[in-house]
Design a protein around this ligand. Structure first.
Ligand code: UD1
Ligand code: CA
Length: 454
């Protein structure tokens, strides 16, 4: 088996993005562009992945971590110069090297594989992944000779009006014989419109040396989209979004309106779950079967059990059990953990709290830093008073407790199992098991007094 190496170009600033964030770190469906590239390359089973970093080097390394090795391109003198930096790691090795730009996040593993196989079959020293664009503006053009053989790649800024009419473009992805690549890189000059060392010049160099230079055309231009500005970023997002939504629909998830449904690449959704319009599912969320999510729900890194519903609600880093209903208009903040058959109703906020099976918080309540048992009913407008302005305190509500409406449970406090809190109470002391706690002013009726006020 041939050794396969990959070089990912990720050192540019991305000036056209007009952003504080380095270009290759801009997310597409929740994952930075460069990470899409690295992940797709990784599934190819390559021997080594080397990412060229420069602008935002530390941030890029932090994002990709162990997935790659890194080489610094201290000054961004062009894509050929960028690849050359990998010589210290790859220069002496025999094998085939894939070079991919960090700003083409949509290229699929299958396409890299097909390119590699074509390259092998042609016994080529270099193979370019090309595509045909309706509007090729901005891309390098593939210039072919009379026999159809690739002769050179001309950048937009260097192309003659005639060359600009060519619609076959360089996707920025190539397969090279590793040694031939580093030899040819030594000959690249920067005499062009941008004064940069262009990687595509390697093609002309090899061609003139009489080496086999081939091209593999990707059928779908969309897949090879290069993201240089925010317009292209939104196009990439929409293409990726469609891909993800289609995958889920083919797996048995109903997506009522894919145009308004945003699901991250890593999310997992069970069969017969229905995603209603206006829903965003981010991060590593895992949603069970037969759920109804949305309309208009925003779910970030949550686990949601089978047959649960989350309607018009926001949930972050939380766990929702089975047969549980959340919303409309509920907010699960980080570390909310709901059991099975739980109900979290409208205008309820839950933070860093656990709720046992069959417990209900149906309306207008705040549950924070609490441990709530099973079969607990928390009446409308009840609040765990968890914060004194400096520190947070815990509320423990044991099984089978009934908390009457508009109660304040001033933490730290424990409400014993089976107890009953009278409506309107402000509880500051532990309530023993099975007790009735009333902590409110007694009602006094002054007969006929109202008439005097009129
Ligand atoms: C490049 C190609 C062009 C191709 C297009 C496909 C060159 C000269 N042009 O153009 O033929 O059609 O991609 O999308 O290669 N980078 C570095 N160091 C540098 C310069 C760039 O690491 O010194 C990285 C960038 O971070 C980026 C990638 O290389 O990820 C491509 O650079 P970019 O400036 O976007 O090239 P394009 O103008 O898009
Ligand atoms: Ca680009």
């Amino acid at each position: 088996m041939t050794n396969i190496f990959a070089v990912i170009l990720a050192a540019g600033q991305g000036t056209r993005m007009k952003s504080k964030l380095y270009k290759v770190l801009h997310p597409v469906c929740g994952k930075p562009m460069v990470e899409h590239v690295v992940d797709n390359i990784q599934t190819l089973d390559v021997n080594r992945i080397v990412t060229i970093v420069g602008h935002g080097a530390e941030k890029v390394k932090e994002q990709l971590g162990e997935k790659s090795e890194y080489v610094l391109q201290a000054e961004q003198l062009g894509t050929a110069h960028a690849v050359k930096q990998a010589e210290t790691i790859l220069g002496e090795l025999e094998g085939t090297t894939l070079v991919v730009c960090g700003d083409t996040p949509l290229i699929r593993t299958e396409t890299f594989k097909a390119l590699f196989e074509h390259h092998q079959a042609q016994n080529a020293k270099a193979t370019i992944l090309t595509a045909v664009a309706d509007n090729p503006t901005g891309y390098g053009r593939i210039i072919r000779g009379n026999n159809g053989q690739v002769e050179q790649i001309v950048e937009q800024k260097d192309a003659s009006p005639e060359q600009q009419l060519v619609t076959e473009i360089n996707t920025g992805t190539y397969c090279f014989d590793n040694k031939a690549l580093f030899d040819a890189l030594k000959l690249v000059k920067n005499e062009n419109a941008q004064g940069e060392y262009y990687l595509p010049d390697v093609i002309e160099i090899m061609q003139k040396q009489g080496e086999i230079v081939s091209a593999y055309q990707c059928e779908d231009f969309e897949e090879t989209l290069g993201v240089n500005d925010r317009v292209a970023l939104s196009q990439a997002e929409s293409i990726m979004r469609n891909r993800i939504n289609e995958k889920h629909m083919r797996n048995g998830v109903t997506i009522v309106n894919p145009l308004t449904t945003h699901i991250s690449v890593n999310a997992i959704i069970g069969r017969d779950t229905v995603i209603q319009p206006g829903t965003i599912i981010e991060g590593n969320s895992i949603i069970g079967e037969d759920c109804v999510i949305g309309p208009n729900s925003h779910i970030v890194n949550c686990q949601i059990g089978d047959r649960s519903t989350v309607q018009n609600s926001v949930a972050t880093n939380s766990i929702v059990g089975e047969d549980t209903s959340v919303g409309p208009f509920a907010h699960l903040r980080p570390d909310a953990q709901l059991g099975n058959n739980v109900k979290i109703g409208n205008f309820v906020e839950v933070k860093k709290s656990t709720l046992g099976n069959h417990s209900k918080v149906s309306h207008l309540s705040y549950i924070g830093d609490a441990e709530v048992g099973s079969n607990v009913n928390i009446g409308c407008g009840s609040i765990t008073v968890n914060y004194d302005g400096k520190n947070k305190f815990k509320t423990v509500i044991e099984d089978n407790v009934f908390v009457g409406c508009n109660s304040n449970l001033v933490a730290p406090v424990k409400i014993g199992a089976g107890s009953f809190i009278a409506a309107g109470s402000t509880i500051t002391k532990e309530v023993p098991e099975d007790a009735l706690a009333i902590a409110r002013a007694r009602q006094e009726n002054k007969l006929d007094y109202a008439k005097k006020l009129k």
